[in-house]
Ligand binder design. Structure first.
Ligand code: PMP
Length: 364
């Protein structure tokens, strides 16, 4: 029996065991084919069926309407930071409004500035990016092509509880660390995208859900690999896609459908898990402090601190020795962070909760 720890990494993150087992079982030869997924052509009927099934699963889970295309791209979420303004700002002469709630949306805004006019509709700097804005605080330019958000800031653990009010403008959203963790109101989005290495599968593929009228805006003077329209016309097979990563997205979404059926159930599962940790933090009266303000607390990434750096080091060391791994905070902010995506079982979160209580009793 292989020993697996509870891996609280923010990404690449834990994957559901049944999906890994299926991949392992079929690694030498896909059933009936006699060849590995690692060896087949991306133009083969077998891969075609896999990428179509992955898309169908995403469409079912996220209730993606027909007027949206689903693209499987490369370059990570970060390529999207540049590609979005390259396609939708550079030529329009219109601005986009960016809501800056943390490191990733800040980076996306600065990448967009290289391509066009960026209007900052809100910036959380004054409170050290610990919250999302209220609708009243937003200052959206009504001429914007889109309103940009990062729905869940992975580093600080700050998540929008619901979409911000945009006055009818389409949202463009980096949902890298939360896609498939809860339902989304897709008609409000022009683009919704996520790198895979958190909730969707392994690193290497980025899922981009894009409204088809956005595709019509893509300028012709872009290299084809940077043009969403060309990607969509070729059904993500403009060049060799990350075959294995797409295959894993299919297995992970098969598991989600089998295990939960729909994203309402996934949301409930994730909220219950997150609450177990937030309850401990609140109960330990100041021993643990959570970065996110109430109302903006993420169900995916819980960033917290202990009273001092020495205790944090000791906490991480003891956690690791119990198989509770990768709880260190992002290198830019330090502290601790528990990432509890879909694949983190409730038992893993209970084990962390119990350890946190014990550590509090021993060190308070
Ligand atoms: N956006 C968010 C919200 C993320 O969490 C990350 C990665 N941690 C990124 C973007 C960057 O993703 P990638 O490394 O795939 O470019």
């Amino acid at each position: 029996m292989v020993k697996r720890v509870y891996n609280f990494s923010p990404g690449p993150a834990m994957l559901p065991l049944p999906a890994l087992e299926e991949a392992q079982r079929d690694l030498l030869a896909l059933p009936g084919l006699g060849m590995s997924i690692l060896e087949i052509s991306h133009r083969s009927p077998t891969f075609n069926a896999i990428i179509e099934a992955a898309e169908a699963n995403l469409r079912q889970l996220l209730k993606i309407p027909d007027d949206y295309a689903v693209l499987f791209m490369q370059g990570g979420a970060r390529l999207q930071f540049g590609m979005i303004p390259m396609n939708f700002l550079r030529k329009t002469g219109r601005p986009a409004s960016y809501i800056v709630t943390g490191s990733w949306s800040k980076l996306a805004a600065s990448e967009a500035q290289t391509q066009g006019q960026v209007h900052i509709a809100w910036d959380g700097k004054a409170t050290n990016y610990d919250r999302v804005p209220t609708n009243e605080q937003l200052n959206i330019d009504p001429n914007s092509v889109y309103v940009y958000i990062c729905s869940n800031e992975t580093i600080a653990g700050v998540q929008f509880p619901t979409e911000p009010e945009t006055g009818g403008l389409p949202l463009v959203c980096d949902a890298s660390s939360e896609l498939l963790s809860r339902p989304v109101d897709l008609p409000r989005y022009g683009i919704l995208y996520a790198c895979a290495q958190k909730n969707l599968g392994p690193a290497g593929v980025t899922v981009v859900i894009i409204r088809k009228d956005f595709l019509d805006m893509c300028p012709d003077d872009l290299p084809s690999m940077l043009n969403y329209k060309r990607f969509a016309e070729e059904k993500s097979l403009l060049n060799t896609p990350p075959v294995f990563a797409v295959y894993m997205v299919k297995l992970v979404t098969d598991w989600l459908i089998r295990e939960f059926g729909n994203l309402e159930k996934v949301k409930q599962f994730n909220e219950e898990k997150a609450q177990l940790i937030y309850d401990v933090i609140d109960r330990c009266q100041g021993f643990y402090t959570v970065h996110a303000a109430p109302g903006s607390r993420s169900a995916m990434n819980i960033a917290f601190r202990l009273p001092n750096g020495d205790l944090e080091k000791e906490f991480l060391k003891q956690a690791e020795s119990r198989g509770l791994c990768n709880l260190q905070g992002h290198r830019s902010v330090g502290g601790c962070r528990a990432s509890i995506y879909n694949a983190m079982p409730r038992e893993g979160v209970v084990a962390l909760r119990d350890f946190m209580l014990e550590f509090y009793e021993a060190n308070r």
